[in-house]
Design a binder for this molecule. Structure first.
Ligand code: ATP
Ligand code: MG
Length: 577
């Protein structure tokens, strides 16, 4: 492709609205443009990268035996009412009414729609397994669309669904997808990890997320340095909290703590450790308000709280609620005398002599013994795992790192097939509910994640498999006939070899061309200028290593082949993980 014929409007500066590197670079490289909040247009270069990811995903889904279909994006509300998600999905589901007054929504995911299809078609165990997928634009009215393609409102997803006769067969479908996703992200050349995950609003029995490892990731994942355990911290179980002997403590004492707000401040003021301070946090779980207690150096895990209380929505109580329940300003809540259900993290079960808020401004209570002074509704695992906790499987050391969720697979069980009566006849001729799995990959988020993981201060360093072009040819003197004719000849030869090449034939300064070539992150750069041609050579640069080689025109095919091989090798070439 000639640069002058395509549409790559690069920018010198990052637009102010972009916070993360992938968003900045996608805008600067002229790959995407914002239409409005959470909605982006893909320009030719962006679409090329997107399609490269989509192609690999398609190839591997097909190889795994899934069949591609395409469902409507608009879905009837009635189907969502059958599963109860019309009420429960929350505001991310964009609902609307048609001219006849019927409810509809824009598809954020397609479990209802695929189940409706399959219940109408599959009659018996002979029709199973049925494994379908589609590649489609999804719409979720995200509360905070941000980071460009990372969290859009409209985004491209591959979503797959499996229907099986029993749990064993469903587990096979799940494993097939686990292996398929591992191949996909390996081929894409990304450093990633599959982790145990929470099932969220999709529901089901268990799930794994595929995380691209990057410091900018919104998710924290933990992994064991001894065994294969890896999980999203939302999900990771905390076990083996040290058995602390319960020691009697002095009577309760209320003390002044003027202007001491944070755990660290209160602890320092009272000459205690942060682990002796208890944080009391109020949550609204569906309609009920509850208090949750964790040690000052721990964090409440709202997802675990939701599971404990079987609540679909768990939100931190707002200021008005806290003030009306505790009769004190925000920051002084404490469990003594609080008339609410109180749930405490299990690590507090035996300890004593704690410091808590006194439900009064600038006051705290010392020498709190939970068994003596507070009525605890239940102790449970309610906090987020830390690097001080042991691996829940083997007791090894836990490490934390950041990741970007690019894929998510779920063992759904019968959540949807039960609600929607998706039954078939089994071998004995008895009606049986199909077991489902569902499997998503954020195609557009994967492009962004690839950039988050692979860039330098000059621009993108796309993995070999995703790079929109693999070679860029820079003509530094377009007005010089001899330079241009060499470029034209090389361009033709490389196109004929099937190399995905971008020819920068613009009438621009050399500096602009170098900057753009680096920004676009195309692995191989060929630089043709009058100076080199005098010696019958052109310059070849590996964008990642910066390594420069001189290629002789007289033996171009040979020299180029060696250069190309070395670039492909240093780029991982998509064959290694
Ligand atoms: P998140 O926790 O990031 O909101 P999710 O759990 O809601 O993700 P799923 O419902 O499992 O996501 O969707 C499947 C995949 O779609 C995700 O793994 C992710 O790659 C992608 N995805 C989800 N929401 C968005 C979004 N707002 N923008 C871009 N991609 C998204
Ligand atoms: Mg989400």
């Amino acid at each position: 492709m000639r640069f002058s014929h395509t549409f790559i409007p690069t920018l010198k500066e990052s637009p102010a609205e972009a916070e993360v590197i992938s968003h900045k670079l996608l805008l600067r490289a002229g790959m995407i443009r914002k239409l409005t909040s959470g909605l982006y247009t893909y320009l030719p270069l962006g679409l090329k990268a997107l399609n490269k990811v989509a192609t690999i995903v398609r190839e591997e889904m097909d190889r795994a035996g899934f069949l591609e279909v395409l469902f409507p994006m608009v879905q009837p509300g009635d189907l969502w009412k059958e599963t109860g998600r019309w009420e429960h999905y929350g505001k991310e589901l964009l609902r609307f009414v048609d001219r006849n007054g019927r409810d509809y929504c824009l598809g954020p995911t397609h479990e209802e729609v695929v189940t409706d299809l399959v219940r109408g078609e599959a009659r018996s165990y002979r029709d199973l397994p049925l494994r379908l997928y589609q590649m489609q634009t999804k719409f979720r009215d995200e509360i905070r669309p941000r980071f460009g393609l990372m969290r859009g409102r409209e985004f491209l997803m591959k979503d797959g669904y499996s229907f099986d006769i029993d749990v064993d067969a469903a587990k096979q479908s799940y494993q097939t997808m686990y292996d398929c996703y591992t191949r996909i992200f390996t081929r894409l050349g990304l450093r990633f990890r599959a982790v145990e995950a929470d099932t969220g609003s999709i529901g089901g029995n268990f799930s794994h997320e595929f995380m691209v490892l990057a410091d900018s990731g919104e998710d924290t994942i933990c992994y064991c340095d001894k065994c294969s355990y890896a999980a999203n911290v939302e999900r990771a179980q905390v076990v083996g909290c040290q058995e602390i002997a319960h020691t009697p403590c002095p009577p309760l004492e209320c003390v002044d703590t003027p202007k001491q707000h944070t755990v660290a401040e209160v602890a320092a003021f009272l000459h205690a450790k942060p682990s002796q301070v208890i944080k009391t946090m109020l949550f609204r779980c569906d309609t009920e308000v509850v208090a949750v207690l964790v040690r000052g150096d721990h964090a409440v895990n709202p997802i675990k709280l939701g599971h404990l209380l079987h609540a679909t929505s768990v939100e931190l109580a707002d200021q008005a609620c806290v003030e009306s329940v505790t009769h004190a300003p925000l920051g002084f809540a404490g469990p003594v005398g609080l008339s609410l259900p109180i749930y405490a993290d299990q690590s507090l079960a035996n300890g004593s002599d704690y410091i808590v808020g006194a439900n009064a401004q600038d006051r705290h209570m010392m020498h709190v013994d939970l068994a003596r002074d507070v009525t605890i509704t239940a102790f449970a695992d309610l906090r987020t795992i830390t690097e001080d906790d042991p691996c829940p499987l083997c007791g090894g050391c836990i490490h934390l790192t950041r990741g970007i969720e690019v894929g998510h697979i779920f063992m759904l069980g019968t959540k949807y097939s039960d609600a929607m009566h998706a039954d078939v006849l089994n071998e004995e001729g008895k009606e049986t509910t199909m077991i489902m799995g569902c499997y998503g990959i954020g195609i557009s988020r994967t492009v962004a994640a690839a950039i988050e993981q692979n860039h330098d201060d000059k621009g993108m360093l796309f993995p070999w498999a995703i790079a929109p072009y693999r070679c860029i040819l820079l003509n530094l003197d377009v007005r010089k006939q001899d330079v241009t004719s060499v470029c034209e000849d090389l361009y033709q030869r490389l196109c004929d070899q099937g190399i995905d090449i971008l020819y920068d034939d613009r009438d621009e300064r050399a500096g602009v061309k170098f900057k753009d070539a680096d920004l676009l992150g195309i692995p191989a750069q060929l630089i043709v200028g009058a100076k080199g041609l005098k010696n019958g050579t052109i310059e070849a640069v590996n964008r990642k290593t910066g390594e420069k080689t001189s290629l002789a025109l007289a033996s171009f095919d040979q020299d180029f082949a060696a250069f190309w091989q070395s670039v492909a090798r240093s780029w991982g070439d998509g064959r290694e993980s």
